[in-house]
Design a protein around this ligand. Structure first.
Ligand code: NI
Length: 185
C-alpha cells in the first residue's frame, strides 16, 4: 500500500519516535509499505514518521543514485542509535520527500558508528561513511523530530521561511500523494 507522504508542518514530523518491540504486529507489512511508498516517490530514504507513524524505523534504497559505492545500499533500520560520529564534516545537497521543492547543502559528519536492528531484529553495529552515512543521518534525524532545514544557517532559514510556510499550507508540487496538516481553527 502506498501511503501519502506527510508534509512539513505536520506535528508528527517534530515528534521523537518510539522504539519498536520485537514481534510488533504488522511490522513486515509496514516495511513493505514503506518500500513501496518510497519507490513510488522516487525517494532514497523514508522514515516511518513521514507516513504518519512515529516509530523508530527507516528504509533506504540508494540504487537511484548514480554512484557505484551505494548502488546496492538497500536496507531496513530499526531502533537505530548513532554511537559516535567522526569530527570531519562535509557538505552535500539534501532534499526531503516531506519538503518538496527545497534542496540545500547540509554539513554533517562524514563517518558514523551505528547500532541498529534489521528486519529480523538481528542486532548490528556498523561503521558507515560518505553517502551511506549521509542518508542514515538524514533519516535518523526524522526519528528525532528533526528536519534537514534545521541544520541550515539562521540566514538560510530566514530566506526559506516563506517557502516553508507555503509548503505547510499545501502550496507545493509533488509527483506523489501527500498529506498536508490542517490546523484546527
Ligand atoms: Ni527526509
Amino acid at each position: 500500500m502506498i501511503y501519502p507522504i506527510v508534509i512539513y508542518g505536520d506535528p508528527v514530523l517534530k515528534k521523537q519516535a518510539e522504539p519498536i518491540k520485537k514481534g510488533e504486529p504488522g511490522l513486515d507489512e509496514l516495511i513493505r509499505d514503506m518500500y513501496e511508498t518510497m519507490e513510488n516517490a522516487h525517494g532514497i530514504g523514508l522514515a516511518a514518521p513521514q507516513i504518519g507513524k512515529p516509530v523508530r524505523l527507516f528504509v533506504v534504497d540508494a540504487s537511484a543514485l548514480d554512484d557505484e559505492n551505494v548502488k546496492n545500499f538497500k536496507q531496513v533500520f530499526i531502533n537505530p542509535e548513532i554511537l559516535d560520529e567522526g569530527d570531519e564534516e562535509w557538505k552535500y545537497e539534501e532534499g526531503c520527500l516531506s519538503i518538496p521543492g527545497i534542496k540545500e547543502d547540509v554539513f554533517r559528519p562524514k563517518v558514523i558508528n551505528l547500532k541498529y536492528q534489521d528486519e529480523n531484529f538481528q542486532p548490528h553495529t556498523e561503521k558507515f561513511d560518505g553517502i551511506k552515512a549521509r542518508i542514515i543521518q538524514h533519516e535518523y534525524d526524522h526519528l528525532e523530530g528533526v528536519l534537514f532545514t534545521e541544520h541550515l544557517s539562521a540566514f538560510k532559514k530566514s530566506l526559506l521561511r516563506g517557502k516553508l510556510k507555503d509548503i505547510s499550507q499545501g502550496k507545493l508540487e509533488a509527483k506523489y500523494p501527500v498529506k498536508v496538516f490542517h490546523k484546527k481553527k
